[in-house]
Design a protein around this ligand. Structure first.
Ligand SMILES: N[C@@H](CCC(=O)N[C@@H](CS)C(=O)NCC(=O)O)C(=O)O
Length: 254
């Protein structure tokens, strides 16, 4: 039996939700309202000590980190494989996943929190002391403290610059293939989509049909996939890409 602790189908949660749907795997949904701080409840922290979603539970064993949950699912359930077979293409898929983990996730999360997250938290009747007092690790306390304070322009500009680099990288990779790693849809596409789908609205000057035609066509191809549609249909908010929680702390910026 598979259980998934998740929030809205965006960011890291979307990665695992799409992977499960694309592989046709049944799972019990355990919805966490991240803006009600259900991820800081002791029962959830017992599953993931950093208090971050998503977490997969299989037969009592808890798995965190979306990249590795997706790879685990692909290995444990080999039908409908989502990793390429050829070693070079497997490397490409992993390199994209690392790029998302190290750069795109943090940059997009910063832009999305700045645009939507703070506003979504208003009216929730939860104060900074309560949030910071319950965040389970020093890293998550720092991430939440920065998010509550709001990001300065230099940080947002770094995030936009990362979007610019991502679009250049995508336009190059999509030159002779419809998908990012090799010729077939893979975990690389799922990883990138789960963040990139925010960007036509957050950075329309960078992600649009004129400056990023292949990226926009790829976004349409992704959105048309039944697995992606099924995952996005699990949203409880009207638009999962118009809300956000803080994501991973930025690493190796600049
Ligand atoms: N490295 C983690 C990042 C997970 C992550 O960024 N989770 C966000 C939601 S997308 C979260 O739980 N934020 C709320 C919090 O940290 O309190 C992964 O990819 O699994």
């Amino acid at each position: 039996m598979l259980e998934l602790y998740h929030w809205e189908p965006n960011g890291a949660c979307a990665r695992v939700m799409i992977t499960l749907k694309e592989k046709g795997l049944d799972f019990a949904s355990r919805y966490l309202d991240l803006l009600a701080f259900e991820q800081h409840a002791p029962e959830f922290v017992a599953l993931n000590e950093s208090g971050e979603a998503p977490v997969l539970v299989r037969d009592g064993e808890a798995y965190n980190e979306s990249s590795y949950i997706c790879e685990y699912l692909d290995e444990a359930f080999p039908e409908r494989p989502l990793m390429p077979e050829a070693p070079y293409e497997r490397w490409e898929a992993r390199a994209w996943q690392k790029y998302v983990d190290d750069y795109l996730a943090a940059s997009t999360s910063d832009l999305a929190w700045n645009a939507y997250g703070k506003a979504a938290l208003e009216g929730r009747n939860v104060g900074p002391d309560q949030i910071l007092g319950r965040a389970p690790t020093r890293e998550r306390q720092r991430v939440w403290a920065d998010a509550l304070e709001g990001y300065d322009e230099a940080r947002l500009e770094k995030a936009r610059n990362r979007v610019r680099l991502t679009v250049e990288k995508m336009e190059a990779d999509l030159q002779d293939s419809d998908w990012l790693a090799g010729k077939a849809f893979s975990l690389a596409d799922i990883a990138v989509f789960s963040y990139l789908n925010y960007l036509p609205r957050l950075t329309p000057e960078l992600v649009n049909a004129r400056t990023a035609p292949r990226t926009m066509a790829w976004l349409t191809r992704m959105s048309d996939r039944p697995g992606v549609k099924a995952a996005l249909a699990m949203a409880r908010t009207p638009d999962p890409f118009a809300t956000a929680a803080p994501g991973p702390e930025p690493v190796r910026w600049g």
